[in-house]
Design a protein around this ligand. Sequence first.
Ligand SMILES: [Zn+2]
Length: 146
Amino acid sequence: MTDSLHIVCPHCHTTNRVARSQLGSAPDCGSCHKPLFEAHSTALDEASFDKHISRNQIPVLVDFWAPWCGPCRQMAPGFEQAAKQLEPQIRVAKVDTEANQSLAARFQIRSIPTLALFVGGREVARQAGAMGVADIVRWTQANLPR
Ligand SMILES: [Zn+2]
């Protein structure tokens, strides 16, 4: 276990090195000086997705959704609540599959919303269907590597 972690900035997508002990102390990005965690989800697109999935040394929870999907919109407030509870141990992100169809194709997203959990650049768990905040948090924590 190292003393520092690579955390990708949700604003400028620069990789920061953050001391493990500072993770909960509202660290700022060394490049754009904005907070690395803001207790809400980060919208990822085709340009930023791989940086966050492969460079973050914390797990990344991704909600694959679309604006036209009713259950996705219903789940959105709960997902933000879950982000508040899961950060900074986990990066919480969203991918609009309508705007980023190549990501939806690459991950073979067949129904939305679909939650996927990535650890070390690898998908470790996936769950289709809308969930409430408690279930999102529970599902995420149950699928973290021990
Ligand atoms: Zn930044």
